[in-house]
Write a protein of this length. Structure first.
Length: 525
């Protein structure tokens, strides 16, 4: 049982972090989670348990706890809407959790090199935590979910978001956690070592510094825009049924008529609002354009946009995009760039498609749009369109915001059912507004449909799983936050400097009177 203590404690620490995110929103649990994880690494190094790769295995177990609890909604998507059995759903979800845990753990293969000096550990631990989150953003197309910083939209650390993004908030949180762990083990000698005291003061000051930064005005407000959103609440199991198509269109048309009487400037429908291809309803598309021109109210709708492409071999093929289309004064179509594996396309399609029902979802034939696309123009402003999953990528959103004045995200979170998934998704969208200093408008099929201000706060929202409409006021915002200008490169540079300093300090541990730890002695032998 003693051998299982460290792995089980680390898994519990990972599960504890889930309580910091929506819908629980108890942010201290995230700090405690990371502090416990840091303490376990120090304890393992001191006792020599788990061997030279203790950091990897502890991080892997931490990831198992985090993704099994925080990503539990994946099972619902696979079984309830993917048509898989309970056994297959558990197998696929377990494989997903294990892969994500392994990605989180890879940078912590190095943590054992930095446990000999408390200053070195305090710098390396947050840098490696950042790298673990960054790796999960792009490896295997990325799954940038459950980042530690998302829990801090309402804390003092939120002020760092426009400067360092959600990654930076996580790094600063991990710095505080490392200091707490070092204090708990008695490794920080505050009376004897001035450098130790300076480290603790620096970590503590990052919190009030964030409060001061939150007072900065990074962007400038422009014209006011009245927006209307339609939440049709179409059941996922009926969405693609031909016999339900008429009811779906009717719900959106009725919602649009209600909003048109309320003096709005733009009306927004969610992702793939119309359950048909663009080419299948030319009369409807023309009617939407004509109505927008006549009323002077622009309409933005999610739609599956299809087109014919003729390759060099001369054999034409039909391509389908998950798109957002503007009807009105400036008609334009945006094609989603970052697709969801299995939900919108099937990796290794020739091998997997047809083997089980989950690999034949009704929208798993989507093709990505080009990287460089223009913003949508509606109500006199440029809108950065982010369809569903795209909103969780900090760099993609910040780059899109540079040429836009409003963030727009449309989604269909019915895939997640009544799980914690949609609420986590909403929380991540709030962080994007905070990072870019822009209003964010979010239209969804079943919720959460909301308007978010540039501080990341929800100012208007609709209840989940209700058919309803909503109006609200936003302002176009111009200018750029530091994160929009520096992007991820600023964070990578900061992490590199921290790791370099940690390596340098580690070499001086003997001068600081630090003992050689059991794990290091074993490695030397």
């Amino acid at each position: 049982m003693r051998k299982l203590f460290l792995p089980l404690a680390s898994a519990a620490a990972g599960g504890l972090m889930t309580l910091s995110f929506a819908p629980f929103d108890f942010w201290p649990s995230g700090l405690l989670s990371l502090a416990l994880f840091a303490w376990l690494n120090l304890y393992a190094a001191k006792t020599g348990r788990l061997g030279k790769r203790a950091g990897f295995w502890l991080a892997f177990c931490f990831g198992l706890g985090l993704f099994a609890s925080g990503g539990s909604w994946v099972y619902i998507s696979i079984t309830d809407f993917g048509g898989s059995s309970m056994a297959l759903g558990l197998l696929l979800t377990g494989g997903f959790v294990a892969i994500m845990a392994a990605l989180l753990a890879v940078p912590f293969l190095l943590i054992g090199r930095f446990t000999g000096n408390p200053l070195s550990f305090a710098l390396a631990f947050p840098a490696l935590w950042f790298l673990s989150e960054w790796l999960r953003t792009w490896i295997f197309t990325g799954f940038p979910w459950l980042f530690a910083g998302y829990a801090h939209i309402g804390t003092w650390l939120a002020g760092w978001a426009p400067v360092l993004s959600v990654y930076g908030i996580g790094l600063l949180l991990a710095l505080s956690a490392a200091c707490l762990a070092l204090l708990a083990t008695g490794r920080l000698q505050l009376r004897e070592q001035k450098a130790h005291l300076a480290l603790l003061i620096t970590a503590a000051l990052t919190w009030p510094a964030g409060a001061l930064l939150s007072q900065a005005a990074w962007t400038e407000a422009g014209e006011e825009i009245a927006v209307g959103l339609v939440q049709a609440n179409i059941p996922q199991e009926k969405k693609w049924l031909p016999e339900f198509r008429g009811e779906t269109i009717s719900r959106y048309q009725e919602g649009t008529r209600q909003l048109a009487s309320q003096n709005v400037d733009v009306i927004i429908w969610p992702e793939a609002a119309l359950p048909l291809l663009y080419s299948q309803a030319p009369n409807l598309m023309q009617a939407l354009q004509r109505n927008a021109e006549q009323t002077g109210i622009d309409l933005i709708s999610g739609i599956l946009y299809d087109r014919i492409e003729t390759p060099e071999n001369g054999n034409p093929r039909r391509l389908v995009h998950n798109s957002a289309a503007v009807f009105g004064r400036s008609p334009h179509v945006y094609h989603k760039r970052h697709l969801v594996p299995f939900g919108e396309y099937v990796p290794l399609e020739d091998w997997l498609r047809g083997t089980i029902e989950f690999f034949d979802l009704p929208t798993s034939f989507i093709r990505p749009g080009p990287d460089e696309q223009q913003p949508l123009l509606a109500a006199g402003a440029g809108w950065a369109p982010l369809i569903c999953y795209e909103i969780v990528y900090p760099a993609l959103v910040s780059e899109s915001a540079l040429s836009s004045e409003v963030l727009l995200t449309i989604s269909n979170d019915a895939w997640f059912g009544a799980s914690i998934g949609p609420l986590q998704h909403m929380q991540m969208a709030q962080m994007r507004a905070l990072e870019t200093g822009r209003y964010l408008v979010r239209a969804t099929n079943t919720g959460v449909t909301a308007i978010v201000d540039p501080r990341g706060h929800i100012v208007e929202r609709l209840p989940q799983f209700e058919q309803a409409t909503m109006t609200g006021k936003i302002r176009a915002k111009s200018g750029a936050t530091p994160f929009m200008l520096l992007g991820i490169w600023g964070m990578l540079a900061l992490a590199a400097v921290m790791l370099a300093a940690a390596l340098l300090l580690q070499r001086t541990r003997g001068a600081a009177g630090e003992p050689v730890l059991a794990s290091e002695a074993a490695e030397g032998n």
